[in-house]
Design a protein around this ligand. Structure first.
Ligand code: GSH
Ligand code: FE2
Length: 354
C-alpha cells in the first residue's frame, strides 16, 4: 500500500493519503481546503486516481478540502452519516466498508468529541485513523458539537482499544509534532484514557480543560456541513496561463505556451551573466537578474504583468518564483524544464550555439 502523512501547519491537521499500489485507486482522509492543490499535485505525481475523500468528523478548526478535490480530480465525498453534513456522495453508516482497489477501511463509530466522529480501520487492522477521538497521549475536547466525555470514554475503550496493540494510531491533529502512536502505547501511557484510568476520572479531566474555542470555528463548521463547498464559488486558480502546480509548491508554465505569449509576460532569467550569453542562449526579451541579486531588483519589475522565471534546468528559477510570490507578485510561474527543455523542444533563442 502507498501511504503518506501530510500536515497543515495552520491548523496542525494531518491528512492521510492511502492508495492501492496495483490499481492506483487512492483516498484521502481529512483533506484541508488550503492544501487541496498540494494534495492534488501529489496524487497526480504518484500516478494515482483519487476515488474518495473521507472525513473523520465535522471539523471545527479548518475547512475540509473535500469539495475542492472533487472539483479538481472528480473524487467522491464520503462523510459519517451521524455528522449531519450535506452534499456528500456517500453517508457512511456504522461499520460500513469503503474500498479503494483491493484495500478497504471500516468506518467504526467513535462519537464523543463530536456526535458523528468516526475511526477508519485498515482491513488488516495495522492502522487506525482516529480523527479527534484518540490523539497521541490525548483526545479531542468534548465541549461542543454534541461532544460528551462519557461517550468518548466508551468509544475509545470499545472501538479503539479492542484493536491489536500493534495497530498504529494516526490522529487528525497533533499540536506538539508527534506523528503516530499505537494502541498498545496509548493503553499504557495516555494520561486521560490509559486502561488504568476510570470513566469518572476521565470525565472530571475533560470538564476542566478550559480551552478557548478554535479560532476558525464560526467559518469552519458551516462550511464543513456543506463538505467544504464555498458559499460563493469564485475562481481559485490563476487564470492568466494554463499553469500546473507541483507538489513542491511551484506554479509552472510549459515552453509552448510561453513561446506564443512572449510579449504578455516579463521573462526573468536568473542565471549568471556568462550562462545568459553562453551556449544555451536566452529567450527573446528575457531580462537577466541573477538569483543572488533578485531581492534587490524587485522594484524594477512590474507588479501587474505576469512574470515567468527561467534558468538552466528550472531549479533556481523555481526558487526565484517562490521569492517573487513572497514579495507580493501575484502572477508568477516557473518555466518548466528551464532553458534545457526550451532548447530540446527547438524553440528560438538569442545568442547561443547549436
Ligand atoms: N488553538 C486551536 C485549538 C484547536 C482545537 O480546539 N482542537 C480540537 C480539535 S478540533 C481539540 O480537541 N483539541 C484538543 C486539545 O487542544 O487538547 C485552534 O484555534 O484551532
Ligand atoms: Fe475536531
Amino acid at each position: 500500500m502507498i501511504f503518506r502523512q501530510l500536515f497543515d501547519p495552520q491548523s496542525s491537521t494531518y491528512t492521510y493519503l492511502l492508495a492501492d499500489e496495483k490499481s492506483r485507486a487512492a483516498l484521502l482522509i481529512d483533506p484541508v481546503f488550503e492544501q487541496a492543490r498540494r494534495d492534488a499535485a501529489l496524487v497526480e505525481e504518484l500516478g494515482l486516481r483519487l476515488a474518495w475523500t473521507l472525513e473523520t468528523h465535522v471539523h471545527a478548526d479548518h475547512v475540509t478540502g473535500a469539495w475542492l478535490l472533487k472539483e479538481k480530480l472528480g473524487s467522491r465525498i464520503a462523510v459519517p452519516k451521524a455528522g449531519g453534513a450535506e452534499g456528500a456522495d456517500a453517508y457512511l453508516k456504522s461499520f460500513e466498508i469503503v474500498s479503494f482497489g483491493s484495500k478497504n477501511l471500516e468506518a467504526r463509530p467513535t462519537p464523543g468529541h463530536t456526535s458523528g466522529c468516526t475511526t477508519y480501520v485498515l482491513d488488516d487492522r495495522s492502522m487506525a485513523f482516529t480523527g479527534d477521538a484518540l490523539l497521541i497521549r490525548g483526545c479531542g475536547r468534548t465541549d461542543f458539537q454534541g461532544g460528551s466525555a462519557p461517550t468518548l470514554f466508551r468509544s475509545v475503550r470499545e472501538q479503539i482499544f479492542t484493536l491489536p496493540d500493534t495497530c498504529l494510531v494516526y490522529p487528525a491533529h497533533d499540536y506538539r509534532g508527534l506523528t503516530a502512536s499505537s494502541v498498545g502505547e496509548e493503553k499504557l501511557y495516555n494520561p486521560r484514557l490509559a486502561e488504568a484510568i476510570g470513566e469518572g476520572d476521565f470525565v472530571g479531566y475533560m470538564t476542566h480543560l478550559g480551552l478557548a474555542h478554535p479560532k476558525q470555528m464560526e467559518q469552519a463548521v458551516p462550511a464543513n456541513l456543506r463538505c467544504g463547498r464555498p458559499a460563493k464559488t469564485s475562481t481559485l486558480e490563476p487564470d492568466w496561463a494554463p499553469l500546473t502546480y507541483t507538489f513542491a509548491g511551484i506554479w509552472e508554465v510549459q515552453p509552448h505556451w510561453l513561446e506564443e505569449h512572449l510579449r504578455e509576460v516579463q521573462i526573468v532569467d536568473v542565471r549568471e551573466p556568462d550562462e545568459f550569453t553562453g551556449s544555451l542562449g536566452h529567450i527573446e526579451g528575457a531580462r537577466l537578474v541573477p538569483l543572488g541579486v533578485l531581492t534587490n531588483s524587485f522594484s524594477s519589475l512590474e507588479k501587474q504583468k505576469p512574470i515567468v522565471t527561467v534558468c538552466r534546468s528550472g531549479a533556481r528559477s523555481a526558487q526565484a518564483s517562490l521569492m517573487l510570490g513572497k514579495a507580493g507578485f501575484g502572477k508568477v510561474a516557473n518555466l518548466s524544464g528551464g532553458m534545457l527543455r526550451w532548447r530540446a523542444q527547438r524553440f528560438p533563442v538569442e545568442g547561443g550555439t547549436d
